[in-house]
Design a protein around this ligand. Structure first.
Ligand code: BES
Ligand code: ZN
Ligand code: ZN
Length: 499
C-alpha cells in the first residue's frame, strides 16, 4: 500500500478518483465543493439539490467529470459525513474507510481524499490511513475461491496548507495503528483448531521479534509452580497446554514517574465450550472469539512498539482453552489463586474471570501500578449495552473517566457500571473465600468485575467487558463484519497521554 500527503491542488492529484466529505444539508457554494462542482459541470450541486444525496453519514454518490481539464481522476465520490457539528477528527477514519470499500467494489486502485476536517494535519492523515487499512480487512482468509482479491492500494491525503512532515508522521502513525488493529482482528477470527494457546503464543512471539518487543511465554509447569491454580483449573479439560504470554515495551528514555508501570491484561480463551457447565450448541462457534481481549492486548502492544511512547507498558495474555473431559474441573471444585485466595467454582463457564484472576495478580507482581484488563467476559453486557458500548468498571474513578473520555476522542463508546462492597458480598462462598458466579440473573457483568477486583491489590484498575463490541454481526460502510479490534485506539491514547 502506498500513502502520500499533498497540500497542492486537490483536483490535480494523480489518482483514479477524488473523494470529498460532504456535510449534511450543505450546499455546493462558498466552500471546497464549489470548485469540484465546476469541474463536474454542475453535477455536484445538482445531486445535492435533487435530494438524492443529503450528506448523511455513510451515504455515497459517484459522479464523473464532465470536462477533465487539469483533472487526472475520472471520478468524483461524494461521501456523507453527517452533521458538521458531529464531525470529529476520528470521523475521518470512517470517511476514508467508506470511500475505500466503495471504490474497491468498483475495482479502483487509488484515490485522493479531501477530508475537510479541522483537526491538525497529522491527526487527519493518521485517521485517513488507519481507516483505509482497517476497511480492507475481510473474513475470507480460508476461502479458496470467491476471495475478495480486490484492494485499493494508493491513498493520497489532502490537507490544505499542511507541513509535509506533519502529513508524513500522521501517515506513519496511521499505518502502525491500522495494521495493528488488523493484526488483532486476524487473531480474533482464527478458529480454535488453528489458534490454540500455543499458536497464539507463537504469533505473539513472532510479532514481538519483528517490532522489537520483549516476549516471554510461561508454560503450564511454570504457572503451576507460581501458584496460578485458578488459571490452570480452566485448562484441565483441554488437550491444548495453556500459555501465559508476557510482552514488554521499554522506552529508550522513560519519562514515567519512577516505579509507574501500565499493564494491559487480556482474556485469551481460544475456545469456550463452557467446560462441564457446557454451553448449548447453538452459536457455540462464536466462542472462537473468546480470546479477543488477549488479541487486543497483543495488537495494542504491537502498535506501541511501533509508535515508541516514552513510558513502559507490559502486556499479559492468559491463553487457555476451556473444554470438558474427564480431567476438567467440576462445579463445586475449590482452587487457590496466585494471591492465595480460594475460589469455589460453581460454573465452569465463568472461566474468563478465573484466568484473569491469576493474570492480573501476575501483572501486579511484575510491578504494574495501573492495570487495564479486557475480556469477552459476560453475555450480560450484550444484554445491557448491545454492540455499541464496551462495559467499563474499576476501582479508580479517574482511570475509568480517562478511558471513557479517550474513547470519545477515538470514537469508541465505553459505559460505566457500578461496583461496590455490596456487590462484592454477593460472590462470597459458603466454603471458600469467593465463588465464581453471583446470584442467578443479577448484575452478571458486575459480578465478573467484582470477582477480578479480588485479585488486584494496590494497583489502579479498570476492567473492559468487550463481549458485545469485539465482534460486529453485520457489515458497515467502512468495516467488514466480524472482529472489530475495539479498544485498541483508546488504549493507545491512554498510553500516549501518560508520557
Ligand atoms: N465467553 C463467555 C461470555 C459470552 C457469552 C460472550 C455469550 C459472548 C456471548 C463467558 O465465559 C461466559 O460464558 N460467561 C457466562 C457467565 C455466567 C456463567 C455467570 C455468561 O455470560 O453466561
Ligand atoms: Zn464461559
Ligand atoms: Zn468465555
Amino acid at each position: 500500500m502506498k500513502f502520500h500527503g499533498i497540500t497542492g491542488n486537490f483536483a490535480e492529484a494523480n489518482v483514479e478518483a477524488l473523494v470529498v466529505a460532504v456535510f449534511k444539508g450543505e450546499k455546493a457554494a462558498g466552500n471546497e465543493l464549489k470548485d469540484l462542482d465546476k469541474l463536474t459541470g454542475g453535477l455536484v450541486a445538482e445531486v445535492m439539490k435533487a435530494e438524492e444525496f443529503k450528506g448523511d453519514a455513510g451515504q455515497t454518490a459517484l459522479l464523473r467529470f464532465a470536462s477533465k481539464g487539469a483533472v487526472t481522476a475520472g471520478r468524483l465520490l461524494l461521501v456523507g459525513v453527517g452533521d458538521k457539528a458531529d464531525y470529529k477528527p476520528h470521523s475521518v477514519a470512517a470517511l476514508a474507510g467508506t470511500a475505500t470499500r466503495y471504490l474497491r467494489k468498483r475495482s479502483l486502485k487509488s484515490f485522493a481524499l479531501l477530508p475537510r476536517s479541522e483537526a491538525n494535519a497529522s491527526e487527519t492523515a493518521q485517521n485517513a490511513v488507519q481507516g483505509f487499512i482497517t476497511s480492507q480487512f475481510e473474513l475470507d482468509k480460508y476461502k479458496t475461491k470467491d476471495k475478495n482479491s480486490k484492494t485499493v492500494d494508493t491513498l493520497v491525503v489532502f490537507v490544505d496548507g499542511a507541513k509535509p512532515a506533519e502529513l508524513k508522521s500522521g501517515i506513519v502513525r496511521g499505518q502502525a495503528i491500522g495494521e495493528s488493529i488488523n493484526f488483532t482482528r486476524d487473531l480474533a477470527n482464527e478458529p480454535a483448531n488453528i489458534l490454540p494457546p500455543a499458536e497464539m503464543a507463537k504469533r505473539a512471539q513472532a510479532m514481538a521479534k519483528s517490532v522489537g518487543l520483549k516476549c516471554q511465554i510461561l508454560d503450564e509447569a511454570t504457572m503451576t509452580r507460581m501458584g496460578m491454580g485458578s488459571l490452570m483449573s480452566v485448562s484441565l479439560g483441554s488437550a491444548q497446554p495453556a500459555k501465559m504470554i508476557v510482552l514488554r515495551y521499554d522506552p529508550v528514555k522513560s519519562t514515567a514517574k519512577k516505579g509507574e508501570l501500565l499493564a494491559l491484561v487480556g482474556k485469551g480463551i481460544t475456545f469456550d465450550t463452557g467446560g462441564i457447565s457446557l454451553k448449548p450448541g447453538e452459536n457455540m462457534d462464536a466462542m472462537k472469539y473468546d480470546m479477543s481481549g488477549g488479541a487486543t492486548v497483543i495488537g495494542t502492544m504491537r502498535a506501541i512498539a511501533l509508535l515508541k511512547p516514552t513510558v513502559p507498558v507490559i502486556g499479559v495474555v492468559a491463553a487457555v482453552e476451556n473444554m470438558p473431559d474427564g480431567a476438567a474441573s467440576r462445579p463445586s471444585d475449590v482452587v487457590t489463586a496466585m494471591n492465595g485466595k480460594t475460589i469455589e467454582i460453581l460454573n465452569t463457564d465463568a472461566e474468563g474471570r478465573l484466568v484473569l484472576a491469576d493474570a492480573v495478580a501476575y501483572a501486579e507482581k511484575q510491578g504494574a501500578t495501573r492495570i487495564v484488563d479486557m475480556a469477552t467476559l459476560t453475555g450480560a453486557v450484550i444484554v445491557a449495552l448491545g454492540d455499541l458500548n464496551t462495559g467499563i468498571m474499576g476501582n479508580d474513578q479517574p482511570l475509568v473517566d480517562e478511558i471513557i473520555s479517550l474513547g470519545k476522542e477515538s470514537g469508541e463508546g465505553f459505559w460505566q457500571l457500578p461496583l461496590s462492597a455490596e456487590y462484592s458480598k454477593q460472590i462470597r462462598s459458603d466454603i471458600a473465600d469467593i465463588k465464581n458466579i453471583g446470584p442467578r440473573g443479577k448484575a452478571g457483568t458486575i459480578m465478573g468485575a467484582v470477582f477480578i477486583q479480588e485479585f488486584v491489590d494496590k494497583a489502579k484498575w479498570a476492567h473492559l467487558d468487550i463481549a458485545g463490541t469485539a465482534w460486529a454481526d453485520g457489515v458497515k460502510p467502512h468495516q467488514a463484519k466480524g472482529p472489530t479490534g475495539v479498544a485498541i485506539r483508546t488504549l493507545i491514547k491512554l498510553v500516549e497521554k501518560s508520557q
